[in-house]
Ligand binder design. Structure first.
Ligand SMILES: Cc1cc2nc3c(=O)[nH]c(=O)nc-3n(C[C@H](O)[C@H](O)[C@H](O)COP(=O)(O)OP(=O)(O)OC[C@H]3O[C@@H](n4cnc5c(N)ncnc54)[C@H](O)[C@@H]3O)c2cc1C
Length: 328
């Protein structure tokens, strides 16, 4: 088993706060461009509520219920996905297959349209990323909760809860729902379940989705989700809500009603007030950056966010498709 965590070094080029999909994808991209990168992740194993582990993994580029402001960014990020996965697979030696190739989408006027859209298992992707990132040369320090950042003229000093400190040229906040600065990012809870069900395609309406798994440890099952709840950092599972989700999902695929429930869980989506990502430099803090607020699409938007942030950190500016998400 490769080593997933190291001790905190005294200095580096760039510190990333948060080892979810956004922080780890960015770390890989920066390392490829020659930067020295340290990822500080608060959890020793895996944070409860971490969105990247909880997600369904749909790369929902053409979901008509996504904000139109996301469309170009989604398309661009999806275009980067195959190469991103290939790099993660190459470094980790782990396979992250697309689980589905098509989505049956219910529209608001009750039509069903077919979308040529893929999904993957985010747990497989996270497991592979957690191996690929240290393998690439990035230092990942687990059990390091960032509690304070001090700004200097051209550097930052980052402190963790145990009194450890690291100096860097810049810090990128990729702390998901836990980001505590401005602009505000809040948690949005999603409860989800997995049932034993053989199904070919993703089925999705505005209210529900059923995302089948064909490969790996979840093969022969399907995810049913997900709620969108504004209840702070509460991650408890409510049985009545799970029953209601099963009922709603059976309106899309009747076999869900009698399917065996294998697992239930919840995750906390990082959510800005306009439900759009927040990507770029923090106002008034030239060495501090944020890659957050990915809400329901952070798995899809991870490779695009990584390339955009890496461009910005290299001084090239954000790509045009990302400029509208600059924090204000
Ligand atoms: C139920 C559900 C279903 C979803 N389905 C999809 C989907 O189908 N497709 C899709 O594209 N997206 C989906 N999403 C959204 C997607 O999961 C998120 O947008 C994405 O995972 C956000 O990634 P992140 O890295 O920003 O946050 P996270 O994955 O939450 O990672 C943040 C990390 O930062 C760490 N951290 C926090 N504070 C600190 C600190 N102070 N110091 C150090 N570390 C810290 C946390 O421990 C955590 O590991 C779904 C989300 C949920 C909850």
């Amino acid at each position: 088993m490769p080593k997933l965590s190291s001790a905190m070094p005294a200095s580096t080029d760039i510190v990333i706060c948060g080892g979810g999909i956004i922080g780890l994808s960015l770390a890989l991209e920066l390392q490829r461009r020659g930067a020295k990168v340290v990822v500080l992740e608060q959890s020793a194993t895996r944070a409860e509520g971490q969105a990247s582990w909880a997600a369904a993994g749909m790369l929902a580029v053409d979901d008509p219920h996504n904000p139109t402001a996301l469309h170009d960014f989604s398309r661009w990020s999806r275009g980067l996905y195959d190469e991103f996965i290939a790099r993660v697979e190459g470094l980790s030696g782990l396979c992250v297959p697309f689980q589905t190739q098509r989505t049956r989408q219910w529209t608001d006027d009750d039509r069903v349209i077919e979308l040529a859209e893929q999904s993957l298992n985010p747990r497989e992707l996270m497991r592979a990323l957690e191996q690929a990132v240290p393998q690439s040369g990035v230092t990942v320090v687990r059990g390091a909760r960032v509690v304070r950042v001090e700004d200097d003229a051209d550097a930052v000093r980052v402190f963790d809860a145990d009194g450890g400190a690291i100096s860097a040229r810049s810090i990128v906040h990729a702390a998901g729902a836990w980001y505590a600065g401005a602009p505000a990012i809040k948690p949005s809870k999603g409860q989800m379940l997995r049932v034993r069900l053989a199904l070919e395609d993703v089925h999705r309406s505005a209210a529900m989705y059923i995302a089948p798994r064909h490969f790996g440890e979840q093969a022969g099952t399907a995810l049913v989700g997900a709620t969108v709840e504004d209840v702070g950092f509460d991650t408890t599972i409510d049985e009545a809500t799970i029953k209601r989700q099963l009922q709603q999902a059976s309106e899309l695929v009747p076999a869900v009603r009698d399917a065996e429930v294998i697992e239930v869980w919840s995750g906390l989506r990082p959510t800005a007030s306009d439900l759009l990502p927040v990507i770029g430099g923090l106002p008034g803090k030239p060495q501090q950056w944020i890659a957050g607020g990915h809400f329901r699409n952070g798995i899809l938007l991870a490779p695009g966010t990584a390339v955009a942030m890496a461009d910005a950190l290299e001084g090239k500016g954000l790509p045009q498709v990302v400029k509208r998400f600059i924090p204000r």
